[in-house]
Design a protein around this ligand. Structure first.
Ligand code: ATP
Length: 373
């Protein structure tokens, strides 16, 4: 296996009988505290060598480098694409794959996340689904590399998000607007702190608490099983699966959807994994494929002290036990959010998105991911 372009480093580990698997490792050297390459050499590579795996390393040089590679490249030589970075690089890779003509075949190849970023939410979730104790940093990386060496993979739900301006995005983790998204974006400049960036960001955003005005509607999980797809469902002009539960923005949401009566929020957050970060457990019961978007919204009128308590409880996933009357949680299959003003930024898998009307729906088991079981 030779280098395919200037950035490939071929690191075939064949100390033992080689397995036929060919793994492409995509590594962002700027992830988290900037130690991804060092982590690869000190932790990942020795484990792969020990397991007798064949692999190639591609070090990204800039944002969207990995996306371009997987969008246009010949993927036939790879069995598994491993992302050694944070959730942001996996989001890039996923959306690059969805832009391919052969996206369905491309999504059959398992993806793998090895945590080297500041958030590492999917890695923490996969560790949680495997029944492992909660671990951080190098220990989490060792657990995930062990899953990779075992080679087990499982289907994972994805959520397609459509914006009023015509963008279509695929998301494996979350969509948000309001407090949590603001913390994520404002703390980006503290990436060198690793996971601690979110604590610093939370304290900062508490001081500058804002109210977000808009209309939220959703299709609850329990309603959706008894109804046929929405008439006039949204057809995709971008490739990827059809959004059978959504209708165009110029039409009202279907009548069996629920429209939230309140229009002032502190946060709206839709998550599809258990963890929002290695230290934030939002939905302990979530699974890789549970056909659900776990939708939270916090109505305006909550004090800063209560908000702080909610965030501290989120570390253990006990925030719903506080029974805060402003906090609502509903498992849904689809949602629509229409902001009244372009306040702040939205986030998709932690990456910024300009504020505009957005709707999304879950697609069951659309891709595969290396998991512990
Ligand atoms: N070589 C690079 N230099 C600068 N930015 C890069 C490079 N490669 C990828 N990126 C961009 O860096 C962003 C963040 O990457 P990544 O998710 O790996 O780290 P993180 O932000 O620390 O982790 P997390 O997303 O878990 O918080 C991504 O949007 C990606 O496009």
């Amino acid at each position: 296996m030779g280098p395919v372009c200037g950035q490939y480093l071929v690191l075939s580990a064949q100390l033992r009988a080689p397995r036929p698997d060919a793994w492409l490792h995509l590594l962002n050297p700027q992830s988290g505290t900037g130690c991804a390459l060092q982590l690869f050499h000190s932790i990942v590579q020795p484990m792969l060598v020990e397991a007798g795996m064949t692999f190639t390393l591609f070090v990204t040089e800039k944002p969207n480098h990995a996306r371009e590679l997987v969008r246009a490249g010949d993927l036939s030589q790879w069995d598994t694409m491993v992302v050694l970075a944070g959730d942001g690089l996996l989001y890039e890779v996923l959306n690059g794959l969805m832009e391919r003509q052969d996206w369905q075949a491309a999504l059959q190849k398992p993806l793998c996340t090895l945590p080297a970023g500041s958030g590492n939410a999917l890695a923490a979730s996969i560790n949680h689904y495997a029944g492992n104790t909660h671990v951080l940093k190098e220990k989490l990386l060792i657990n995930c590399t062990y899953f990779l060496c075992k080679g087990l993979h499982a289907p994972m739900d994805l959520v397609s998000l459509s914006t009023a301006s015509g963008k279509r995005l695929f998301s494996f983790l979350s969509f948000g607007w309001g407090f949590i998204s603001d913390v994520d974006i404002a703390s980006e400049k503290y990436r060198k702190l690793g996971n601690a960036r979110f604590t610093v960001g939370t304290v900062q955003q508490l001081a500058a608490l804002r109210v977000y005005k808009g209309r939220l509607a959703y299709l609850p999980v329990e309603t959706s099983s008894s109804v046929v797809p929405a008439p006039g469902a949204l057809r995709s002009s971008h490739g990827g699966p059809e959004d059978s539960l959504l209708v165009p923005f110029d039409q009202p949401v279907p009548s069996h959807w629920t429209i939230v009566p309140e229009e002032e929020f502190i946060l709206i957050f839709a998550i599809y994994q258990s963890h929002l970060g290695a230290d934030f457990t939002m939905v302990p019961k979530a699974k890789l494929h549970d056909s659900s978007i776990h939708l939270f919204y916090l109505k305006a009128g909550v004090s800063r002290l209560v908000l702080l308590k909610l965030f501290l409880a989120m570390e253990k996933g006990t925030h719903l036990e506080l029974t805060c009357p402003q906090l609502h949680y509903i498992p849904v299959r689809a949602f629509r959010l229409e902001p009244f003003a372009a306040t702040g930024l939205m986030t998709v898998d932690g990456e910024p998105l300009a504020c505009e009307p957005v709707q999304g729906q879950v697609h069951d088991q659309l891709c595969r991911i290396i998991s512990g079981s």
